[in-house]
Design a binder for this molecule. Sequence first.
Ligand SMILES: *Cc1c(COP(=O)(O)O)cnc(C)c1O
Length: 387
Amino acid sequence: MTPEPIPFNRPYATGAELAAIREAIDNGHLSAGGPFTRRCTAWLERQMGCTKALLTHSGTGALELAALLANVGPGDEVIMPSFTFVSTANAFVLRGAVPVFVDIRSDTLNLDETLIEDAITPRTKAVVPVHYAGVGCEMHAVMDVAGRHGALVIEDASHSLRATYRGRPLGSIGDLGILSFHETKNVHCGEGGVLLVRDPAWVGRAEVAHEKGTDRSRFLRGEVDKYTWSDLGSSYAPSEVNAAYLWVQLEASERISRERMQIWRRYHEALAPLEARGVLRRPTVPKDRQHQGHIYYVLVESLEARNALIGGLERRGVNAVFHYVPLHSSPAGQRYGRAHGDLRVTQSASDRLVRLPLWVGMTETDVERVVEAVSDVLEEAAASLAI
Ligand SMILES: *Cc1c(COP(=O)(O)O)cnc(C)c1O
């Protein structure tokens, strides 16, 4: 009997979500800003150590809000990796800005901090580090170079709830940070996100932009007696139904991280012999960074080996996927962005990376099956080369 295929991802539910959604319905407040939204934002502000957390309908929405607050306009430049999700760039392009794509480090696959300075021009308004797989970027260097050139730092911490860099939560280090609660992320509500504001001076504008350009937040606190259109903004907040689902997940987030880390470590140990024999490379996590098992990936020899591995795993009932077609080589990236340098590491990582299944509820046997399948496919490939 062939066992059930192992999916790449299975959106997690603790089992308590439905009762929370029921409670939201019984509260008679389903639009944004109700009791569940308040619990989520208070939790996030405490956990992240930031001044203000504003829930959004997606990580993409949070990035758009950050781009709006950063006041980037036509012709302004924003430095970011090309090895990231489209929304990192799209959010700024919507404001007329030009993404300037810089290469990544070959160890963490994060923005190469040594290349930032050379990409800076008088039009550079912001640097957007993306913490791939919840492993932090070289934040001291990023903050230093941005600070010296008067550029903002906006962290795309979509992968990174509960991950830290030298003890500090990712997403709380730059001027602004965002997290995603999409169903593929560790903690989710189907679609969701949050904008994190560190500097109290930004809070007023952030609240206005988040509330369709009105001062409704101040009105609700009784600080003004009516609310009015006061600046640019849009509708970014999620409904209480989503906030209720998210609240349950935030409360369970420590356990979720722990369980994912267990699976991550199993992969890491079991794949060590294959790395020692030079048939794949495992992820690198610098000692001063804590992650939370968001992604387990391996890097193989070439694009052909990558495709063969994904195909071979599929035939063995294991759904594995690649990650990120580089933005600088995508049609919109070429139209709206600019590559700085040759982005060799980006292209190579994109060609050679395979993400393995990782979700809460995977058993030890599941992990063993994946490891055996990886090992089988790579052995076969090595044998066919030897002939
Ligand atoms: C998931 C993700 C986002 C945001 O995605 P949403 O689906 O809009 O929540 C942004 N950047 C990166 C790097 C991501 O992985």
